[in-house]
Design a protein around this ligand. Structure first.
Ligand code: NAD
Length: 283
């Protein structure tokens, strides 16, 4: 039977260490979060970020724009926050409202790379490619933190990532490569997927399809990391991995909820602290 990679526990450890460091600073870091529109799920995410800031001692600012405020107003707010020396991290809750002509790529380029705590700016993505990231992409960074906490060394392992998004799949693959793993990225056009996933020492699923990874796709003793968030009726969420069937085959597995999810926000807090230190010349 597998052991659980417990995201709640490890995330609490990360938050505690961030809080200790912030407590010793003369001035706490500040994170500015922008929410455009009134999507209920986005409101919950923004609320969770505020709570995490409160927990670690980061000052949080929330900036609300109406759904139809428009790209120019959004960029002008970003420029103001870029100039504000008291703001160390800036993020805009995605997705931006549909039905308007928002340009998410232009937004990512507008946020100052030094304050880009989501690590979406091309300069920061480039640094990640070069193997010299200053801030960690939040979700893949959270996966690494979970693996590190369990003492799982990626060097020489075959890491198979299912999903090639800019937010999860690609940066996950880059971080695993940096840890000297042999990396395979699979996606919607990959042929013979189960043949490839069965070779994985570490399998990371980031697809967004309920129970996509079945027991026959997993090698005995593999580490399985489930990034997927699939909402069932009501408030329940489940991952991309058929947990009950897959868990007995693995050495380690993340549950959903309580696995990767809580890690993402703790890395966001760690990034905000790191961004503040870099801006103050303390890192
Ligand atoms: P996305 O939709 O941008 O990417 C999904 C990827 O899955 C694509 O690259 C696609 O090629 C691949 N895919 C689709 N069908 C496939 C198939 N049949 N075979 C192989 N690959 C296939 O999604 P994303 O933003 O990368 O997110 C993935 C999942 O992770 C979602 O459920 C999302 O909600 C979740 N997520 C969780 C966190 C967290 O904090 N835990 C953070 C971000 C995303």
């Amino acid at each position: 039977m597998s052991q659980i990679l417990d995201g709640k526990l490890v995330s609490a450890k990360v938050l505690d260490s961030v809080a200790v460091e912030i407590a010793s600073m003369p001035q706490p870091p500040t994170l500015a979060v922008i929410l455009v529109g009134d999507d209920p799920a986005s409101q919950v995410y923004v609320g969770n970020k505020k709570k995490a800031c409160e927990r670690v001692g980061i000052v949080s600012q929330e900036h609300f724009l109406a759904a139809g405020a428009g790209q120019a107003a959004l960029l002008s707010l970003v420029e103001e926050l870029n100039r504000d020396l008291n703001v160390h991290g800036i993020l805009c809750q995605m997705p931006l409202p549909s039905g308007y002509d928002y340009d998410e790529q232009a937004l990512c380029r507008a946020i100052s790379p030094a304050k880009d705590v989501d690590v979406f700016h091309p300069e920061n993505v480039g640094k990640l490619m070069l193997g010299e990231p200053e801030l960690l992409p939040c979700t893949p960074g959270g996966v690494l933190e979970l693996l590190d906490d369990a003492g799982i060394d990626l060097a020489g392992k075959h890491v198979v990532v299912i999903g090639r998004s800019n937010i999860v799949g690609k940066p996950m693959a880059m971080l695993a490569l940096q840890r000297n793993a042999t990396v395979t990225i699979c996606h919607s056009r990959t042929k013979n997927l189960p043949e490839i996933t069965r070779q994985a020492d570490v399998l990371v699923a980031a697809v967004g399809r309920l129970h996509f990874v079945t027991a026959d796709m997993v090698k005995d003793g593999a580490v399985v990391v489930d990034v997927g968030i699939n909402r069932l009726e009501g408030r329940k969420v489940r991952g991309d991995v058929d947990f009950d069937a897959v868990a007995p085959k693995c050495s380690w597995i993340t549950p959903v909820p309580g696995g990767v999810g809580p890690m993402t926000i703790s890395i966001l807090m760690k990034n905000t602290l790191q961004a503040a230190k870099l801006q103050r010349g303390e890192a």
